[in-house]
Design a protein. Structure first.
Length: 157
């Protein structure tokens, strides 16, 4: 279970489903509130840009910054694309890309942390947020795949 800190009380993921901390499902019309998560991923990108902009300039930070900026800003961009998918299979594919970008971003942020590079409080926030986003998109992908499998199984009968 991951606590995802959205809104009052936060969200958590249990058994591959999003739930509010009080147990309610944060679903409107059968889907998650896409706009809130789009805003959250955009905020992550903006804070990541600020973190990188304030790093000292040297070969190590240049390489790490380039890598984390590419993967970190791709999370929100690819999530927006997923929300405009042409089919359920397309959505699953695009969410898998979002999950991969979040995982890669987590790796680069872990390197910043382990090498003690950058502002500690901002780095820790970014790493926590990235970990939560990864948990969200992993659960979202699993749920979408399970729904696809259930739909396919039901159509066989």
């Amino acid at each position: 279970m991951a606590n995802c800190g959205l809104g009052n009380g936060g969200w958590r993921i249990a058994n591959g489903e999003w739930r509010m901390a009080d147990g309610e499902l944060p679903i409107r019309g059968g889907t998650l509130d896409r706009k809130d998560l789009e805003k959250r991923t955009k905020n992550f990108s903006l804070r990541l840009i600020g973190f990188v902009a304030n790093l000292p300039k040297n070969k190590v930070t240049d390489v790490l910054s380039y890598q984390v900026l590419k993967s970190g800003t791709s999370i929100g961009a690819n999530y927006r694309e997923a929300n405009r998918a042409e089919s359920h299979d397309d959505f699953i594919h695009k969410i898998a890309i979002v999950e991969k970008e979040a995982s890669e971003s987590q790796y680069w942020l872990e390197l910043f942390k382990d090498a003690n590079i950058g502002n500690q409080s901002e780095r820790d926030w970014l790493l926590q947020e990235c970990s939560e986003l990864l948990a969200v998109f992993t659960a979202m992908g699993k749920t979408a795949k399970a729904r696809r499998a259930a739909k396919r199984a039901a159509s066989r009968f």
